[in-house]
Ligand binder design. Sequence first.
Ligand SMILES: Nc1nc2c(ncn2[C@@H]2O[C@H](COP(=O)(O)OP(=O)(O)O)[C@@H](O)[C@H]2O)c(=O)[nH]1
Ligand SMILES: [Mg+2]
Length: 467
Amino acid sequence: MSRDQDKAGVLSIAVVGHTNTGKTSLLRTLARDAGFGEVADAPATTRQVEGIALAVGGQPAIELYDTPGLEQASEVYELLQEGTGGRHDGPDRIQNFLRQHSVGPMEQEARVLSQVLESEAVVYVIDAREPVLEKYQDELAVLAMTARPVLPVLNFVALDQARPDEWTKALARVGLHTVAAFDTVVFEPEAETRLWNSLAGLVSRHQGIINGLIKDRSRDTRWRHQAARQRSAEFLVDAAAARQRVRRDDEDARAAGLADLKHRIGEGERACLRDLVELFRFTADDWEKGVVPELTGEGAVDLADPEKLRQLGVSSGKYAGSGAAAGAVFDLSTGGLSLGAGTLVGTLAGAGVAGIGNFRNELGDRLTGYQSLAPEPALVCLLFVRQQRLLAHLFSRGHGAVHPFRMDESLARQVEKTALPRTLKQARVNPKWSAFNNPSRASRSRGRGEAVKRLADELARAPEHSA
Ligand SMILES: Nc1nc2c(ncn2[C@@H]2O[C@H](COP(=O)(O)OP(=O)(O)O)[C@@H](O)[C@H]2O)c(=O)[nH]1
Ligand SMILES: [Mg+2]
């Protein structure tokens, strides 16, 4: 197939609309590229036509062109009416307009219209919060003259102020009966599929590539979600099974050991976050500092500070008395030792673990003068809830979104309502599962692999949608 034939198979779409309706955001979301173009809550951030290609089966198949806002649609409409005597059809009139106005005050409008004539279809983006003003009707009248199929897309539909019904009625009055609703910030895969299907109805010869795109996208989403849950589960198992052995009688060594354990868990959470952000192709800007309360480093939450823990929601309710209330989040074994060996065995039974082999060493620690520090259930639960939140957010974050994601106060209630998954209880008594303790031993551990898989499945079953 020659390059020209290849090109002929490509569907090109011009994305047009008034300034600030979310055209660039829509392209970002459809292309899964948070870095495309410039998005700002200010007029005229996009001045040139800029394109991006979407691949189907690894081949460029759909080209989307971002255009500047059609700011002076009413003037363009007047000019298109002038001096034609009704002799020319729409595209002829537009061509005529382009010849006369490609430089001068109508330059930007000319750029938009020229892109529309070069494209096969138009996606007309509407800020559905806006009333149906005359300027929009003029815009639609101008677009109608291009003789290109137009798919109106109602954006901002996740917001209360949106008026989709008003818009749907107004659009029907100018012959546009197929309308898609889409929010570029709150992403819903089903809404995206509907948008593409609506387009396929308008450009039927490209039905095949659009179907291909829909299929590619849903496969991609499934794979990405699974990979994300797997990554989260790895971190959680590593954290829950983390241990630090220290000499019991050496306060300095104990403090250093505690700091080291915190550091490994904190770094582990950050590494997981970085991997997830990359997996979903968001940019670092999407995750400003403070996105996830840090465990270590500058601005760290001191996990031994009961007040901070209270703010994070781990010092009261269900987990009270587990050590967290006293601030001894990392000091599992001291609690165990002070409670006596019998209680420790009882705790293990409660964790649903048959053997106590893993703890024998740690009980033996008493005799050798060592103790093992480990994260408390409350902390593990907090980390678990954070991962749930993060995943829920990532799954529904559009690439057009510009606000940073933060864990909010409702996390406190969530930790109290959440039961620690059985797999994580098991991880707590299986230190060999943690790559934070011994990466090569953990990677060889079959138990770890199975635990990660089980936890990933649990994360799929209990999605937490309130992010
Ligand atoms: N809440 C919300 N904000 C959006 C949505 N689409 C765009 N925005 C915001 O609206 C502003 C304008 O978006 P932009 O894509 O630059 O519009 P353009 O001028 O048409 O390209 C930016 O602040 C976006 O973050 C949406 O669907 N929901
Ligand atoms: Mg723009």
